[in-house]
Design a protein around this ligand. Structure first.
Ligand code: SF4
Length: 475
């Protein structure tokens, strides 16, 4: 899968009790860049007020020495974003910061709320005026309601009303808080850097700053870190139901991260091994679609004993040229992103491993360029089942109609992408590669959603019905 098919969602980071909180957050965001490339931001508290800098672009583009100097303080949160709800607009960049009767607070969100439409209408009926078109802003409005006596209580009451996927980090003048939804769709971990506490979407962010991993934030848990230390509450009680996003292992998370208790690279290699058992091929080489297919291709190669090779070279430096994901730009993107290694693949029978096929057009373009480079046969292998259903929990798949597996049989897809054979990993096969298989969400493959979900729309639907100030509900 590539940028053409879908985008990353978001990465969040937080730190409490470090004299260079903003700089550490900046480094943490570098490690989470893969989770969102559209915008980045850091909010930091100096104990009295919250300072903010955010903008469109990659972390390295948004921040420089000068604006980092204007972020003093010992508590910070940060965010890398791709728009899973709301348009890709500067006003939607996070963290979101609000001033209200009890002071100032900032929020960074990874995930997607499924009941935003109702919450939005209720809040608007009581006079809320929205500044952004993100679902995250709703949470701040709910937190600011006057009947709560403390922020802790406000947060506890707010999360009881939210449905869907969320891993939040909150910043107040003197607190850092982290929250994970009761089903645990998105990862969030807790670490320690000397005396400072750290929260991050993925453990690779802890590694980069040399923080020690303590544990994952539990589903349904709120962690509060302030001058009294660290404490945790479960406002909805401890839930035993889980819905970890299996796609974090298949594609999203970085291979050097541990998510949901397992290393991503190890899981991906298992997916590749299982794929080789389910869909063997007579071939000379196994090549990945880089980078997301690398680990599964390695697993396939080990299991099948067909040599592994790099047959496509990825250009890593084109990302920011194409900010607007329009169809025309996507097509260009496809052509400039990978270059086939002719000397490696010419005259060879190839097993090509990728993590998914979404619309099919990207895959077909890759196949065509491999053929032009002289590949004799192409056996496409996909390290997860066909994606047939939309994700309501923060992954930006296209609508149902655009998903090729929704409208085509596997044989039709094979013909469409112009390969000699096509094999998808089975649902059982995929789940056999993770330890707690019953705890995973697989809704985009199976259609079995673990929460109520909105009817089909798209992520801009509320912008259309409520105008630009509305909050979008994603399909
Ligand atoms: S629907 Fe798919 S992508 Fe979305 S949370 Fe579930 S497994 Fe992950």
């Amino acid at each position: 899968m590539t940028d053409h098919d879908k985008k990353e969602h978001c990465g969040v980071f937080g730190i409490y009790g470090h004299r260079e909180a903003a700089k550490i957050t900046y480094l943490g965001l570098y490690a989470l860049q893969h989770r969102g490339e559209e915008s980045a931001g850091i909010a930091v508290s100096d104990g009295k007020q919250i300072h903010l800098h955010k903008g469109m672009g990659l972390v390295g583009e948004v921040f420089n020495e000068e604006n980092m100097e204007r972020l003093p303080g010992r508590i910070a949160i940060g965010h890398t974003r791709y728009s899973t709800t709301g348009s890709s607009l500067p006003k939607n960049a996070q963290p979101l910061v609000v001033n209200y009767s009890r002071g100032t607070m900032a929020l960074a969100h990874n995930g997607n709320l499924v009941n935003v439409s109702r919450l939005h209408d209720e809040l608007e009926a009581y006079g809320s005026i929205f500044q952004t078109t993100t679902d995250s802003e709703i949470v701040l409005h709910m937190m600011a309601r006057p009947q709560c006596t403390s922020r802790e209580q406000a947060l506890s009451e707010t999360v009881k009303l939210l449905e869907g996927a969320y891993s939040f980090v909150f910043l107040t003048e003197n607190q850092l808080m982290g929250v994970r939804d009761p089903l645990g769709f998105r990862p969030l971990c807790l670490g320690k850097l000397n005396k400072a506490y750290v929260l991050a979407s993925e453990t690779c962010a802890l590694d980069l700053i040399h923080a020690k991993f303590i544990r994952e934030v539990e589903p349904g848990e709120i962690i509060i870190i302030d001058e009294k230390g660290i404490r945790s509450i479960f406002p909805m009680g401890k839930s035993i139901r889980r819905a970890y996003c299996i796609f974090e292992h298949v594609y999203f998370s970085r291979p050097d991260s541990r998510v949901f208790g397992e290393n991503v690279q190890v899981v991906r290699e298992k997916l590749g091994r299982r794929l080789a058992i389910e869909h063997p091929a007579q071939a000379d080489l196994v090549i990945p679609i880089p980078d997301s297919g690398n680990a599964a291709a390695l697993g396939y190669s080990h299991q099948s004993e067909i040599p592994f090779a790099h047959g496509l070279i990825r250009n890593h430096y084109i990302g920011r040229t194409f900010i607007q994901p329009s169809q025309e730009i996507r097509d260009l993107n496809v052509k400039v992103k990978f270059n086939p290694l002719k000397d490696v693949i010419k005259g060879k029978r190839l097993v090509v491993v990728d993590d998914s096929i979404v619309r099919g057009t990207t895959c077909r373009n890759r196949v065509r360029s491999l053929r032009e480079a002289g590949a004799k046969e192409i056996h496409m292998r996909i390290s997860c089942p066909p994606i047939r259903h939309p994700c309501f929990y923060g992954i930006d798949f296209p609508t149902r109609r655009e998903l090729i597996a929704q409208t085509h049989t596997i044989e039709e897809i094979r013909k469409f992408v112009e390969v000699d054979t096509l094999g998808y990993l089975s649902l059982e096969g995929m789940l056999s590669c993770v330890a707690a298989s019953q705890e995973y969400c697989t809704a985009c493959y199976s259609g079995e959603y673990r929460t109520k979900v909105p009817s089909e729309g798209d992520k801009y639907s509320l912008e259309r019905t409520h105008g630009e100030g509305g909050v979008a509900e994603k399909a």
